[in-house]
Design a protein around this ligand. Structure first.
Ligand code: NAP
Ligand code: MG
Length: 478
């Protein structure tokens, strides 16, 4: 099939005033770390250094937690709720005003296409602040006599850096908590730009503190005795470690963890639309999506036709420079993640599944992986059980709706699922039997601040977004 060639349409990075070094954001100021140490974040599309970030050790963590406590008792808890809401609205508007700069920063640090950071990550981050700003003075509708937990430690992953920050900080502030947030080691840039936004919005000092570092920084933050609640998004493995580490304390936690979503296609589904939905479900954000539709379950009698159409569509995905506005799929976030993808793909080949890969040309520098589809996958294969967190789809087949449900639920995870059918009754029946927190019908990867998101089983505890997400930051008062 001939491929249509586009001219390059690169976004300019001139709007971003990139500093060579970023400090910690504690008590409303940018401060050098007590550790005296810095680490680098790279642009994964080039493997070149972007900037240096401060490494927070225990003394830095202590300062950040104390500053959040002082801000809580002296300022934040004394403000009328409607005043708290005004700060969230201000932050939302500044995010919109600086949207282009944030999109460029996110794409450079993370490797995702500018089209996605521009059209998804940044607008949704602003939406979360608008949405939660509206709730700040209406919390009595969520729970009787609402009270915040106090100081919240928030730890986020690298796949949607600013969006995950917004999912964490917006509800915490709306409910009257103060925050110490640690972004992921490979994507701290937009969190530091967000710290500038807090200053710009005149947010009282210490209400939001942002400390950069690695996994040890996160673990030590969780252990700090001044923290009342943990809100974590990341891997199931680290989520379990956090649950263990707070087991003998009175800290509470919400954990948003991994997933291995089943995307179920019945033989009466509109096939071309379904192909688009499958592509969006697994190749959006290079497949670095906790709720990615990574297990495609297809009714046996349409499997051949569907897979052929899928391969034809996937071979048209443009992989390359994330700053190019025509790019569909960008770089893998880090060398470590690329290695993990390679290892699991190798296991798929060894265990006997059949691999197909797009013949797209990959750039030579940086970290890349071609869109990949495995057919002939069985439930015991590692590629059907483990989270690959990359652009790799595993295709399994089923004959009856009951078999589809059994296969879909045969996983340790339960974050999301998709159902494709022409029949509303079949969709409702399937959704009723799926053990997944979010189920999309004839669509995939739709997000809204008003809609709760979260998992069953090893996909986590608690919900983010909507009224349910607010509950996670409130205790009922006496
Ligand atoms: P990760 O390794 O668990 O890291 C997540 C965050 O935790 C990072 O900031 C990390 O710091 C930090 N961390 C690492 N070890 C820690 C420890 N022992 N104690 C406290 N914090 C620690 O996960 P990831 O590889 O960045 O992200 C991918 C995972 O996130 C996938 O499993 C994905 O499914 C999940 N995810 C879930 C959701 C959801 O809403 N359910 C959303 C997005 C992603 P460093 O970066 O410095 O290591
Ligand atoms: Mg980076």
């Amino acid at each position: 099939m001939s491929k249509f060639e586009y001219a390059n349409a690169p976004e300019s990075s001139a709007i971003l005033n990139l500093q060579s070094r970023y400090q910690l954001f504690i008590n409303g100021k940018f401060v050098a770390p007590k550790s005296g140490k810095y680490f680098k974040s790279i642009n994964p599309a080039t493997a070149k250094e972007l900037a240096e970030f401060a490494y927070a050790n225990n003394s830095d963590i202590d300062l950040a937690v104390k500053s959040a406590r002082t801000a809580l008792t002296k300022v934040w808890s004394k403000l009328p709720a409607a005043e708290r809401g005004k700060y969230l609205f201000r932050i939302a508007r500044i995010l919109q005003e600086r949207a282009r700069e944030f999109a460029v920063a996110e794409t450079l640090d993370n490797g995702k296409p500018i089209r996605e950071s521009r059209d998804t990550d940044i607008p949704l981050a602003a939406q979360h602040f608008f949405y939660h700003g509206g709730w700040a003075d209406k919390l009595d509708f969520v729970v009787k006599n609402p009270k915040p937990y106090g100081v919240v430690a928030q730890i986020i992953p690298w796949n949607f850096p600013l969006l995950m920050l917004a999912w964490k900080i917006a509800p915490a502030l709306a409910t009257g908590n103060t925050v110490v947030l640690k972004p992921a080691e490979t994507t701290p840039l937009t969190a530091m730009l967000f710290a500038q936004v807090c200053q710009q919005a005149g947010l009282p000092d210490g209400v939001v503190n942002i400390i950069t570092g690695d996994g040890a920084t996160g673990a030590n933050l969780v252990k700090h005795p001044g923290v009342n609640k943990i809100a974590f998004t990341g891997s199931t493995e680290v989520g379990k470690a956090i649950a263990r580490s707070i087991a003998d304390s009175d800290k509470v936690a919400t954990l948003e963890l991994g997933g291995k979503a089943a995307n179920i296609v019945f033989n009466d589904a509109a096939i071309d639309e379904t192909v688009e939905g499958i592509v969006n479900g697994i190749f959006f954000n290079q497949g670095h999506v906790c709720c990615a539709g990574s297990r495609l379950l297809v009714q046996e009698d349409i499997a051949n036709e569907l897979v052929l159409k899928l391969q034809r569509r996937v071979s048209l995905i443009r992989v390359g420079d994330p700053m190019d506005k025509n790019t569909d799929m960008g770089a893998i976030n880090s060398a470590a993640q690329l290695q993990k993808i390679n290892e699991l793909v190798e296991s798929g080949n060894k265990e006997g599944a059949q691999m197909w890969q797009s013949d797209c040309k990959l750039p030579t520098n940086g970290y890349w992986f071609a869109p990949t589809i495995f057919t002939g996958v069985s439930q015991s294969h590692r590629i059907a059980r483990e989270e690959i967190f990359g652009p790799v789809l595993s295709v399994l087949t089923f004959r009856t709706p009951q078999e589809a449900i059994e296969k879909a639920n045969n996983t340790q995870y339960g974050l999301s699922a998709g159902v494709w059918s022409d029949k509303g009754s079949k969709i409702m029946w399937t959704a009723k039997h799926l053990k997944a927190g979010v189920i999309w019908a004839n669509t995939f990867n739709k997000f809204d601040a008003a809609s709760p998101f979260g998992g069953y089983k090893e996909s986590g505890w608690g919900r983010e977004g909507g009224k349910h997400g607010l509950l996670a930051y409130l205790k009922a008062g006496k």
